[in-house]
Structure formats: C-alpha cells, structure tokens
Design a protein around this ligand. Structure first.
Ligand SMILES: [Fe+2]
Length: 138
C-alpha cells in the first residue's frame, strides 16, 4: 500500500500542491523501509525527515494563507500544531517497529490526508470565491 495524491486533494495548482505531493512521496519512502530486516533507527530517521518537511510545509502554507488574507488562518494554524504534536507522539510512544509503522500509517491517513481533504480544501474554496468576486468587479 502506498499513499497517493489524487485530484480531490488539489488546492492551489501551485506551491501547496507541490508540497503535498512531495510530502506523500517522502511518506512512501518511509513505507518502503518496511522490509523483512527492519531497522528501527533507519525508520525513525525517515519519519523525522518527513516531520521536518511537514513543519517547513506548514510555514509555507501559512505564509500563503496570510498573503491571501484567509480568514480562518488562526484555526488552521492550531490544526497544524496538533499534527506536529501527533507526529511527536508517534515518534516517542512507539515501542517496537510494528507499532511505529502502524502509528505512522494512521498518522498519514487520519491526520495528514484527512487534513488536506477537509481543512486545506477550505483554502481552495475560499480562493475560488475570492478570485470569482474579483473577476466580477473588473
Ligand atoms: Fe494545512
């Protein structure tokens, strides 16, 4: 099983989509480490790489929301914080490889992908409505 970017996740046809695709491809690299001879440290290292990327991505996404004057920025920022905390929890609370991988899958599916489909999607809706309002004015 791999994580896949689908059209339903399309937000801005730009930076945000590029970031989300890269994020899922890093997540897939983590899954590939699930080989018979497992190495917990290697796996944790890969998850940490994703963790760093997610933080950078959240900063970029929030900068764009600010630039677009997105009204729900504060609430969205709090949701990002929650994901970061959940990622920390995943890294520190898993006691063995199987558990770490399971927690990781849940994290990407239930936290990251659902966040894109529900929360980030609101940015798309907002963007589309403001662009429409602007073209009407012109
Ligand atoms: Fe987001």
């Amino acid at each position: 099983m791999t994580f896949e970017w689908t059209k339903k996740m399309q937000i801005d046809k730009g930076q945000i989509d590029t970031d989300h695709k890269e994020l899922l491809s890093i997540a897939n690299r983590v899954l590939k480490l699930n080989r018979p001879k497992r190495d917990a440290e290697e796996l944790k290292h890969a998850i940490r790489e994703l963790y760093d990327y997610v933080q950078d991505h959240f900063s970029r996404e929030e900068a764009l929301m600010q630039q677009w004057e997105y009204p729900e920025l504060d609430a969205h920022h709090q949701k990002h914080d929650l994901i970061i905390r959940e990622m920390n929890h995943c890294l520190t609370s898993s006691h063995h490889m199987g558990e770490l991988l399971n927690n990781f899958r849940t994290l990407v599916n239930d936290w990251v992908i659902i966040h894109i489909l529900e929360e980030d999607n609101k940015i798309r809706v907002f963007r589309e409505s403001t662009v429409k309002a602007r073209t009407k004015k012109d």
